[in-house]
Write a protein that binds this ligand. Sequence first.
Ligand code: FES
Length: 652
Amino acid sequence: SSDPLVLFTPSGKRGHFPVGTPILTAARQLGVDLDSVCGGRGICSKCQITPSYGEFPKHGVTVRDGALSEWNAVEQRYKDKRGLIDGRRLGCQATVQGDVVIDVPPESQVHRQVVRKRAEARKITMNPSTRLFYVEVEEPDMHKPTGDMERLIAALAEQWELTGVQTDLHILHQLQPALRKGGWKVTVAVHLGDASHPPKIMHIWPGYYDGTVYGLAVDLGSTTIAAHLCDLHSGEVVASSGIMNPQIRFGEDLMSRVSYSMMNKGGDLEMTRAVREGMNALFTQIATEAGIDKALIVDAVFVCNPVMHHLFLGIDPFELGQAPFALATSDSLSLRAWELELNIHPAARVYILPCIAGHVGADAAAVALSEAPDKSEDLVLVVDVGTNAEILLGNKNKVLACSSPTGPAFEGAQISSGQRAAPGAIERVEIDPVTKEPRFRVIGSEIWSDQEGFGEAIATTGITGICGSGIIEVVAEMRMAGILDASGLIGSAEQTGSPRCIQDGRTNAYLLWDGSADGGPTITVTNPDVRAIQMAKAALYSGARLLMDKLNVDKVDRVVLAGAFGAHISAKHAMVLGMIPDCPLDKVTSAGNAAGTGARIALLNTDARTEIEATVRAIEKVETAVERRFQEHFVNASAIPNSVEPFPELAK
Ligand code: FES
C-alpha cells in the first residue's frame, strides 16, 4: 500500500491509513486501546499520544518530521487553555501525514494496568462496569416528534455504538434541563451491562463533564467493615476507611450471631439493619474524606463470609447454623443499591461475589481471585486466618477449599491478657533461651522493651495486653526456650530455672510483664491461654492437612497467609507452633487483606467477575465437620508443633 504506515506501541498493532486519518480513528480500526470520552471532539484530552521520530530498524520504519499534521485550532486551543505535556498530541486531532510510530501512554489506555503495591499474584487490568460518554443530541423538531430520551439513545448508538441503552426514571427527571443547559450536548455515565443486564444510563451532566465516577470495594467482615473508594476511570484508590461491624453488640463471633437470631424473634432483621446502617455511615465517612458526592458512587462490590452475606441481604442465617449448612444462594448476585438501602447512587449496581460453600464464603472467593491458586504452577496453600479460617489448596490443575473453626483466640479473645490489635498491645516477643527473659514490642512503637527510650515510646499508650500475633509469638518462644513442653504444659520455676514461671492456681504461668509498680497491668501467659492457642492452631492445621490428604500430598510448595491478622504473623513462629504445614520459611508469604484486594479486582475489572464465578464452580469443597480424618489430625496437631508429623524445614 502506498498509504502511510501507523505503528502503535506498546501493542505493536500496525496498519496503513490514508493521509489525513486522525490517529484516534486509526487506533479504533486496529483495535488499539486508546481512550476517548468526548468522541474525538478535542474536549476531553483522554486520547493523548506521543509520536516518536527517527529510525526504527526493528519495525522497518523511519519517521520523519511532519509525519503528523500541524496543530489545528482545536488542539492548539486545548493546549493553550489546559496544557499538554511536551511531546504529547491529541490523538483525535493529529492526523497521519507519513509513516509514524505512536506510543499510547498508560493513562490514555482504557484497559490500563493498575499498579499494586506489593509483589502481587496478579495485576489488575481496568475494565470497569461504568464509563463516561459525551454525546451531541439532535435538537427536537416538531416534524419529527420523538422524545428527548429517544434522541439521546439514538445519539449513543450512532456516536458510540452503544445499543439497547436503557434508563431509569431519575434520569428522565434530569434529562430535559441537562440537554438544554448543555446546548444539546451532555455527558452520560453508562453502566455497560452484562450477560443479563442491558446497558443503562446512570448519570447525566450538561455539556462535557470533566470528572469521574466511583466504585466501592467492600470487605464485610464479622469484626470490621473495610472499604476502598476507587476512581472507576483511573482505577486509583482515592480513599480507604473502616469501621467496627456494629453487629458485634449481638455477638462477638459468627455462631453467636446466628444463635442471637435463633433466640430472638426478628433478631436477624435487627442485625441486617445494624450492618446496613454501619455501612452507610462508612460510605458517608469515606465520601467526605475524599471530598466527593456519594451520588457519584455507581458501583459497589462486596465480599463477606456466608453469615455476613445472609445478614447483609436480609436473609435469616438459621440454616447456616446447622448441618448441612445450606446457603440460600451460592451464586454471585447483581443487585441495586436501593434494594440494600445503601445511600450511594440509588441505581448503583451492587455485585456480591459467589460463595464457595456453606462455610466458605464470598470472602474466600475474593482471596482466590486475588491470590489465584488456580493459576499457580506450584502447590500453594492459602490461609485466611480469622475466627474462621478459610483454606485453599491447589495449583492450576485443581483447587480445594474448606473452612475450619479456629475460634477467636487469634484475635486475642479467650486469652487472659488478650486484646485486639491496637496501640499498646504486645505484638512481637522474643525469649532468651538461656536466661528465659523476654523482650517485646508493642503496637505503635518501634522500640523493644529492653532498648533505651522504651518508656518514653510507650508513654501515651502504655502496655495494655497481647494481641493475636503477640500470643502466637510468645507461645512459640516459650516452646523454643523450653518453658513449655510439647503437650503445652508450662514448667514450674524449679523445672525451668526461671523466676518468671509462677504458680497460677493449679498450673503455672509465664510472667511476661509486671506493670503493677506503675499501676499498669500484669501480663502473664497461663496454661488455659496456651490451651486456647493450641485448639485454634490445631483447627487451622487440620483443615490444611485434610486438604493435603485429599490431594494426596504431604508437602506444599508455598504458603500464603492472608487477612489483616495473617499479615502480622511471623512465619517462623507459626511454624514452630505447627499452625501451618512444614514448608521452607522463605516460601511463606503474607498477602495482606487479600479478600479486600479481590473485591477491588472485581470492582475494576468486570471480566474478573465472570472469571471468579467459573473458578468457584471448579473449586472442590471439603466439609471438615463430616471428615473423620479431621478429628485425627486435630488430636495430633494439638501438640506443639505436632505429635506425629515432623517439621524438617524447621530443623534447618
Ligand atoms: Fe477527546 Fe481527543 S478524544 S480530546
